[in-house]
Design a protein around this ligand. Structure first.
Ligand SMILES: NC(=O)c1ccc[n+]([C@@H]2O[C@H](COP(=O)([O-])OP(=O)(O)OC[C@H]3O[C@@H](n4cnc5c(N)ncnc54)[C@H](OP(=O)(O)O)[C@@H]3O)[C@@H](O)[C@H]2O)c1
Length: 351
Protein backbone atom coordinates (compact mmCIF):
# COMPACT_ATOMS: atom_id res chain seq x y z
CA UNK A 1 0.00 0.00 0.00
CA UNK A 2 2.86 2.36 0.84
CA UNK A 3 4.78 1.51 -2.28
CA UNK A 4 3.93 4.64 -4.13
CA UNK A 5 2.57 7.92 -2.92
CA UNK A 6 1.49 10.21 -5.68
CA UNK A 7 2.02 13.88 -5.13
CA UNK A 8 -1.48 14.39 -6.46
CA UNK A 9 -2.82 12.38 -3.55
CA UNK A 10 -0.51 14.20 -1.23
CA UNK A 11 -1.84 17.52 -2.44
CA UNK A 12 -5.39 16.46 -1.67
CA UNK A 13 -4.45 15.21 1.78
CA UNK A 14 -2.54 18.36 2.54
CA UNK A 15 -5.36 20.60 1.44
CA UNK A 16 -7.68 18.82 3.85
CA UNK A 17 -5.07 19.02 6.60
CA UNK A 18 -4.65 22.74 6.11
CA UNK A 19 -8.38 23.30 6.19
CA UNK A 20 -8.48 21.28 9.40
CA UNK A 21 -5.66 22.92 11.31
CA UNK A 22 -6.05 26.54 10.18
CA UNK A 23 -2.38 27.36 10.86
CA UNK A 24 -1.53 31.00 11.34
CA UNK A 25 1.47 32.40 9.53
CA UNK A 26 4.51 33.83 11.30
CA UNK A 27 6.73 36.57 9.96
CA UNK A 28 10.12 35.25 8.90
CA UNK A 29 13.25 37.28 8.58
CA UNK A 30 15.47 36.51 5.63
CA UNK A 31 19.14 36.69 6.52
CA UNK A 32 19.96 37.45 2.92
CA UNK A 33 18.79 41.00 2.53
CA UNK A 34 17.10 41.77 5.82
CA UNK A 35 13.75 41.27 4.17
CA UNK A 36 10.83 40.51 6.43
CA UNK A 37 8.67 37.93 4.79
CA UNK A 38 5.59 36.17 6.03
CA UNK A 39 5.30 32.44 5.60
CA UNK A 40 1.79 31.62 4.61
CA UNK A 41 0.05 28.32 4.13
CA UNK A 42 -2.19 29.15 1.23
CA UNK A 43 -4.52 27.23 -0.99
CA UNK A 44 -2.99 26.40 -4.37
CA UNK A 45 -3.46 29.23 -6.80
CA UNK A 46 -3.83 29.19 -10.54
CA UNK A 47 -0.47 29.77 -12.10
CA UNK A 48 -0.11 31.66 -15.31
CA UNK A 49 1.71 29.60 -17.83
CA UNK A 50 0.99 26.27 -16.18
CA UNK A 51 -1.08 25.10 -19.13
CA UNK A 52 0.66 26.90 -21.91
CA UNK A 53 3.53 24.66 -22.81
CA UNK A 54 3.95 21.02 -23.60
CA UNK A 55 6.24 18.61 -21.91
CA UNK A 56 8.34 16.37 -24.08
CA UNK A 57 10.26 13.39 -22.88
CA UNK A 58 13.43 12.14 -24.50
CA UNK A 59 13.65 8.43 -23.71
CA UNK A 60 17.30 8.26 -24.77
CA UNK A 61 18.57 10.85 -22.35
CA UNK A 62 15.79 10.54 -19.78
CA UNK A 63 15.55 14.31 -19.81
CA UNK A 64 12.30 16.21 -19.86
CA UNK A 65 13.05 19.07 -22.19
CA UNK A 66 10.44 21.42 -20.91
CA UNK A 67 8.39 23.13 -19.51
CA UNK A 68 5.49 24.11 -17.30
CA UNK A 69 3.60 20.85 -16.95
CA UNK A 70 4.99 17.94 -14.99
CA UNK A 71 5.27 14.42 -16.38
CA UNK A 72 2.39 12.27 -15.16
CA UNK A 73 4.54 10.34 -12.75
CA UNK A 74 6.62 13.28 -11.53
CA UNK A 75 6.71 13.54 -7.77
CA UNK A 76 5.88 9.88 -7.16
CA UNK A 77 7.76 8.54 -4.13
CA UNK A 78 8.76 4.88 -4.28
CA UNK A 79 9.38 3.88 -0.67
CA UNK A 80 10.67 0.43 -1.60
CA UNK A 81 13.25 1.70 -4.05
CA UNK A 82 13.86 4.81 -1.97
CA UNK A 83 13.53 7.11 -4.98
CA UNK A 84 11.34 9.78 -6.52
CA UNK A 85 10.92 10.61 -10.19
CA UNK A 86 11.67 14.29 -10.66
CA UNK A 87 9.90 16.46 -13.21
CA UNK A 88 13.25 16.62 -15.01
CA UNK A 89 12.87 12.93 -15.83
CA UNK A 90 15.67 11.83 -13.49
CA UNK A 91 15.23 9.56 -10.51
CA UNK A 92 16.47 10.93 -7.20
CA UNK A 93 17.09 9.09 -3.92
CA UNK A 94 14.73 10.32 -1.17
CA UNK A 95 17.17 9.93 1.74
CA UNK A 96 20.64 11.45 1.71
CA UNK A 97 23.51 12.80 3.76
CA UNK A 98 23.61 16.53 4.49
CA UNK A 99 26.96 18.32 4.80
CA UNK A 100 26.14 21.70 6.41
CA UNK A 101 28.71 22.72 9.04
CA UNK A 102 31.07 19.87 8.19
CA UNK A 103 34.76 20.58 7.65
CA UNK A 104 36.43 19.28 4.50
CA UNK A 105 37.67 16.29 6.44
CA UNK A 106 34.34 15.63 8.17
CA UNK A 107 32.53 15.91 4.85
CA UNK A 108 34.94 13.43 3.26
CA UNK A 109 34.35 10.93 6.07
CA UNK A 110 30.59 11.41 6.28
CA UNK A 111 30.12 11.05 2.53
CA UNK A 112 32.33 7.97 2.45
CA UNK A 113 30.51 6.32 5.39
CA UNK A 114 27.13 7.19 3.91
CA UNK A 115 27.93 5.72 0.49
CA UNK A 116 29.34 2.63 2.15
CA UNK A 117 26.12 2.25 4.19
CA UNK A 118 23.83 2.49 1.18
CA UNK A 119 23.07 6.20 0.79
CA UNK A 120 23.10 7.45 -2.79
CA UNK A 121 22.22 11.13 -2.26
CA UNK A 122 24.65 13.80 -1.08
CA UNK A 123 23.82 17.43 -0.32
CA UNK A 124 26.44 20.16 -0.11
CA UNK A 125 26.82 23.80 -1.13
CA UNK A 126 29.53 26.18 -2.25
CA UNK A 127 29.05 28.22 0.93
CA UNK A 128 29.67 25.18 3.18
CA UNK A 129 33.29 25.25 2.02
CA UNK A 130 33.47 21.46 1.81
CA UNK A 131 32.85 20.57 -1.85
CA UNK A 132 36.45 19.37 -2.13
CA UNK A 133 35.97 17.05 0.87
CA UNK A 134 32.69 15.78 -0.57
CA UNK A 135 34.43 15.03 -3.86
CA UNK A 136 37.16 13.14 -2.02
CA UNK A 137 34.62 11.05 -0.09
CA UNK A 138 32.85 10.18 -3.34
CA UNK A 139 36.10 9.22 -5.04
CA UNK A 140 37.15 7.06 -2.10
CA UNK A 141 33.83 5.17 -2.17
CA UNK A 142 34.14 4.70 -5.94
CA UNK A 143 37.76 3.54 -5.65
CA UNK A 144 36.79 0.99 -3.01
CA UNK A 145 33.99 -0.34 -5.21
CA UNK A 146 31.00 0.68 -3.06
CA UNK A 147 29.40 2.75 -5.81
CA UNK A 148 29.82 4.01 -9.33
CA UNK A 149 29.43 7.66 -10.30
CA UNK A 150 26.23 6.83 -12.17
CA UNK A 151 24.65 5.34 -9.04
CA UNK A 152 24.97 8.45 -6.92
CA UNK A 153 23.15 11.75 -6.93
CA UNK A 154 25.14 14.84 -5.97
CA UNK A 155 23.51 18.15 -5.09
CA UNK A 156 25.25 21.47 -4.60
CA UNK A 157 23.99 25.03 -4.37
CA UNK A 158 24.89 28.33 -5.98
CA UNK A 159 25.53 30.99 -3.35
CA UNK A 160 23.84 34.40 -3.65
CA UNK A 161 27.12 36.30 -4.12
CA UNK A 162 27.70 34.30 -7.30
CA UNK A 163 24.34 34.99 -8.98
CA UNK A 164 25.80 37.55 -11.39
CA UNK A 165 28.48 35.08 -12.47
CA UNK A 166 26.42 31.90 -12.55
CA UNK A 167 28.28 30.10 -15.34
CA UNK A 168 31.63 30.55 -13.57
CA UNK A 169 30.10 29.42 -10.26
CA UNK A 170 28.87 26.19 -11.85
CA UNK A 171 32.28 25.46 -13.36
CA UNK A 172 33.95 26.18 -10.02
CA UNK A 173 31.65 23.75 -8.17
CA UNK A 174 32.29 21.07 -10.79
CA UNK A 175 35.99 21.64 -10.36
CA UNK A 176 35.95 21.49 -6.54
CA UNK A 177 33.75 18.38 -6.53
CA UNK A 178 35.95 16.72 -9.14
CA UNK A 179 32.89 15.80 -11.23
CA UNK A 180 32.06 16.29 -14.89
CA UNK A 181 28.36 16.73 -14.17
CA UNK A 182 26.25 17.61 -11.13
CA UNK A 183 22.96 15.79 -10.63
CA UNK A 184 21.17 18.76 -9.09
CA UNK A 185 22.15 22.36 -8.56
CA UNK A 186 19.87 24.73 -6.69
CA UNK A 187 19.87 28.45 -6.01
CA UNK A 188 20.63 28.77 -2.30
CA UNK A 189 18.24 31.65 -1.57
CA UNK A 190 15.58 33.72 -3.20
CA UNK A 191 17.14 37.00 -4.34
CA UNK A 192 14.73 38.82 -6.64
CA UNK A 193 17.33 41.31 -7.93
CA UNK A 194 19.27 38.66 -9.84
CA UNK A 195 18.07 35.10 -9.14
CA UNK A 196 16.40 34.82 -12.58
CA UNK A 197 19.77 35.44 -14.26
CA UNK A 198 21.40 32.87 -12.00
CA UNK A 199 18.68 30.35 -12.78
CA UNK A 200 19.11 31.01 -16.50
CA UNK A 201 22.81 30.22 -16.13
CA UNK A 202 21.78 26.87 -14.63
CA UNK A 203 19.37 26.30 -17.54
CA UNK A 204 22.23 26.88 -19.96
CA UNK A 205 24.37 24.42 -17.98
CA UNK A 206 21.59 21.80 -18.33
CA UNK A 207 21.74 22.31 -22.09
CA UNK A 208 25.54 21.98 -21.92
CA UNK A 209 25.36 18.71 -19.98
CA UNK A 210 27.00 20.14 -16.86
CA UNK A 211 23.86 19.93 -14.71
CA UNK A 212 21.07 17.37 -14.89
CA UNK A 213 18.31 18.85 -12.74
CA UNK A 214 17.92 22.32 -11.26
CA UNK A 215 15.89 23.73 -8.40
CA UNK A 216 15.54 26.26 -5.62
CA UNK A 217 16.12 26.67 -1.91
CA UNK A 218 14.60 29.05 0.60
CA UNK A 219 11.61 30.19 -1.42
CA UNK A 220 8.85 30.29 1.19
CA UNK A 221 6.07 32.10 -0.64
CA UNK A 222 4.03 30.66 -3.54
CA UNK A 223 4.22 34.07 -5.22
CA UNK A 224 8.01 34.06 -5.03
CA UNK A 225 8.15 30.59 -6.58
CA UNK A 226 5.78 31.71 -9.36
CA UNK A 227 7.87 34.82 -10.02
CA UNK A 228 10.87 32.63 -10.77
CA UNK A 229 8.90 30.00 -12.70
CA UNK A 230 7.16 32.54 -14.90
CA UNK A 231 10.46 34.17 -15.87
CA UNK A 232 12.29 30.95 -16.75
CA UNK A 233 11.91 27.83 -18.88
CA UNK A 234 12.75 24.72 -16.85
CA UNK A 235 10.40 24.13 -13.93
CA UNK A 236 12.34 23.60 -10.68
CA UNK A 237 12.69 19.90 -9.89
CA UNK A 238 12.52 20.59 -6.17
CA UNK A 239 12.52 23.20 -3.46
CA UNK A 240 14.78 22.71 -0.47
CA UNK A 241 13.26 24.53 2.52
CA UNK A 242 13.37 24.20 6.28
CA UNK A 243 10.87 21.39 6.82
CA UNK A 244 10.38 19.17 9.87
CA UNK A 245 7.53 18.04 12.15
CA UNK A 246 7.17 21.53 13.67
CA UNK A 247 7.31 23.24 10.25
CA UNK A 248 5.66 20.92 7.77
CA UNK A 249 5.53 23.36 4.84
CA UNK A 250 2.09 22.18 3.81
CA UNK A 251 1.06 25.26 1.83
CA UNK A 252 4.21 25.29 -0.29
CA UNK A 253 3.99 21.55 -0.87
CA UNK A 254 0.48 21.86 -2.23
CA UNK A 255 1.51 24.79 -4.41
CA UNK A 256 4.61 23.23 -5.95
CA UNK A 257 2.91 19.86 -6.48
CA UNK A 258 1.01 21.52 -9.35
CA UNK A 259 4.31 21.51 -11.22
CA UNK A 260 5.49 18.08 -10.13
CA UNK A 261 8.05 19.94 -8.01
CA UNK A 262 8.90 18.11 -4.78
CA UNK A 263 9.90 19.30 -1.31
CA UNK A 264 13.32 18.52 0.12
CA UNK A 265 13.68 19.09 3.87
CA UNK A 266 16.60 20.94 5.35
CA UNK A 267 16.85 20.77 9.15
CA UNK A 268 14.91 17.48 8.82
CA UNK A 269 15.77 16.74 12.47
CA UNK A 270 15.44 20.37 13.55
CA UNK A 271 19.09 21.30 12.96
CA UNK A 272 22.11 21.36 15.26
CA UNK A 273 21.14 22.52 18.73
CA UNK A 274 17.42 21.88 18.16
CA UNK A 275 17.25 18.12 17.68
CA UNK A 276 16.41 17.33 21.31
CA UNK A 277 13.28 19.48 21.06
CA UNK A 278 11.96 17.16 18.37
CA UNK A 279 13.46 13.95 19.77
CA UNK A 280 11.74 14.58 23.14
CA UNK A 281 8.40 15.56 21.68
CA UNK A 282 5.84 13.25 23.31
CA UNK A 283 4.20 12.23 20.06
CA UNK A 284 7.48 11.46 18.32
CA UNK A 285 9.06 9.62 21.24
CA UNK A 286 5.95 7.52 21.90
CA UNK A 287 5.73 6.47 18.24
CA UNK A 288 9.44 5.64 18.37
CA UNK A 289 8.95 3.49 21.44
CA UNK A 290 6.05 1.63 19.80
CA UNK A 291 8.27 0.70 16.84
CA UNK A 292 11.47 0.04 18.77
CA UNK A 293 13.10 2.85 16.79
CA UNK A 294 14.79 6.10 17.75
CA UNK A 295 13.05 9.46 17.48
CA UNK A 296 15.46 10.39 14.67
CA UNK A 297 14.38 7.32 12.70
CA UNK A 298 10.70 8.07 13.23
CA UNK A 299 11.14 11.67 12.08
CA UNK A 300 13.04 10.58 8.98
CA UNK A 301 10.48 7.88 8.17
CA UNK A 302 7.74 10.49 8.58
CA UNK A 303 9.52 12.76 6.07
CA UNK A 304 9.57 10.03 3.43
CA UNK A 305 5.95 8.97 3.98
CA UNK A 306 4.89 12.63 3.95
CA UNK A 307 6.55 13.07 0.56
CA UNK A 308 9.64 14.99 1.70
CA UNK A 309 13.15 14.13 0.54
CA UNK A 310 15.30 14.15 3.70
CA UNK A 311 19.01 14.93 4.01
CA UNK A 312 19.95 14.58 7.70
CA UNK A 313 23.34 16.06 8.48
CA UNK A 314 25.84 14.17 10.58
CA UNK A 315 29.54 13.75 11.20
CA UNK A 316 28.88 10.74 13.42
CA UNK A 317 29.42 7.32 11.85
CA UNK A 318 26.83 5.59 14.07
CA UNK A 319 24.18 8.26 13.45
CA UNK A 320 24.73 8.01 9.70
CA UNK A 321 24.11 4.28 9.83
CA UNK A 322 21.09 4.69 12.16
CA UNK A 323 19.50 7.29 9.90
CA UNK A 324 19.52 4.91 6.94
CA UNK A 325 17.77 2.11 8.85
CA UNK A 326 14.27 3.40 8.18
CA UNK A 327 13.15 1.19 5.33
CA UNK A 328 12.17 -1.73 7.58
CA UNK A 329 9.16 -0.17 9.30
CA UNK A 330 6.16 1.93 8.42
CA UNK A 331 4.10 4.55 10.23
CA UNK A 332 0.38 3.80 10.22
CA UNK A 333 -2.18 6.30 8.93
CA UNK A 334 -3.08 7.08 12.52
CA UNK A 335 0.57 7.74 13.40
CA UNK A 336 0.97 9.92 10.32
CA UNK A 337 -2.08 11.91 11.42
CA UNK A 338 -0.62 12.34 14.90
CA UNK A 339 2.58 13.65 13.29
CA UNK A 340 0.55 16.05 11.13
CA UNK A 341 -1.14 17.34 14.26
CA UNK A 342 2.11 18.49 15.91
CA UNK A 343 2.85 21.03 13.16
CA UNK A 344 3.39 24.41 14.82
CA UNK A 345 4.42 26.43 11.75
CA UNK A 346 7.61 27.02 13.76
CA UNK A 347 11.00 27.50 12.16
CA UNK A 348 14.26 26.97 14.02
CA UNK A 349 16.39 29.09 11.67
CA UNK A 350 16.03 32.79 11.02
CA UNK A 351 16.69 32.75 7.28
N1 LIG B 1 19.35 25.11 1.83
C1 LIG B 1 19.66 25.59 3.03
O1 LIG B 1 19.59 26.81 3.29
C2 LIG B 1 20.09 24.63 4.09
C3 LIG B 1 20.16 25.05 5.41
C4 LIG B 1 20.55 24.13 6.38
C5 LIG B 1 20.84 22.83 6.00
N2 LIG B 1 20.79 22.44 4.70
C6 LIG B 1 21.10 21.06 4.27
O2 LIG B 1 20.25 20.19 5.00
C7 LIG B 1 21.06 19.26 5.72
C8 LIG B 1 20.38 18.88 7.00
O3 LIG B 1 20.33 19.97 7.89
P1 LIG B 1 21.27 20.07 9.17
O4 LIG B 1 22.40 19.13 9.01
O5 LIG B 1 21.60 21.47 9.34
O6 LIG B 1 20.31 19.65 10.34
P2 LIG B 1 19.64 18.26 10.76
O7 LIG B 1 19.94 17.19 9.77
O8 LIG B 1 18.22 18.54 11.07
O9 LIG B 1 20.35 17.98 12.14
C9 LIG B 1 21.72 17.74 12.22
C10 LIG B 1 21.99 17.43 13.67
O10 LIG B 1 21.39 16.19 14.01
C11 LIG B 1 22.34 15.36 14.65
N3 LIG B 1 21.98 14.00 14.29
C12 LIG B 1 21.92 13.44 13.07
N4 LIG B 1 21.50 12.18 13.14
C13 LIG B 1 21.29 11.91 14.45
C14 LIG B 1 20.87 10.77 15.15
N5 LIG B 1 20.55 9.64 14.53
N6 LIG B 1 20.78 10.86 16.51
C15 LIG B 1 21.09 11.99 17.16
N7 LIG B 1 21.50 13.11 16.54
C16 LIG B 1 21.60 13.06 15.19
C17 LIG B 1 23.67 15.80 14.12
O11 LIG B 1 24.70 15.53 15.05
P3 LIG B 1 25.89 14.47 14.72
O12 LIG B 1 26.79 15.12 13.73
O13 LIG B 1 26.49 14.25 16.06
O14 LIG B 1 25.21 13.23 14.19
C18 LIG B 1 23.46 17.31 13.99
O15 LIG B 1 23.69 17.94 15.25
C19 LIG B 1 22.38 20.00 5.91
O16 LIG B 1 23.41 19.15 6.30
C20 LIG B 1 22.53 20.64 4.57
O17 LIG B 1 23.00 19.71 3.62
C21 LIG B 1 20.39 23.34 3.74
Amino acid sequence: MMKKISIFFLALILMFSIAGCGAESDPQTSGQADRVESETDTEPTDTTGADETELTYDADTEVVTNDKEPADEAGVFDLEQGTVLLNSGYEMPILGIGCFRLSQEEAENSVYWALRDGYRLIDTARIYGNEVGVGRGIQKAIDEGFVTREEIFVTTKMWTDDYDEGAAAIDASLDRLGLDYIDLMILHHSQPENDVEAYQAMEQAVADGKLRSIGLSNYYEPEDFDRLVNATTIVPALIQNETHPYHQSMGMKVHIAQYGTVMESWFPLGGRGNTQTLFNDNTISSIAEAHGKTSAQVILRWHLQAGNIAIPGSSNEAHIQENFEIFDFELSEEEMQRMTDIDKDQRFAGY
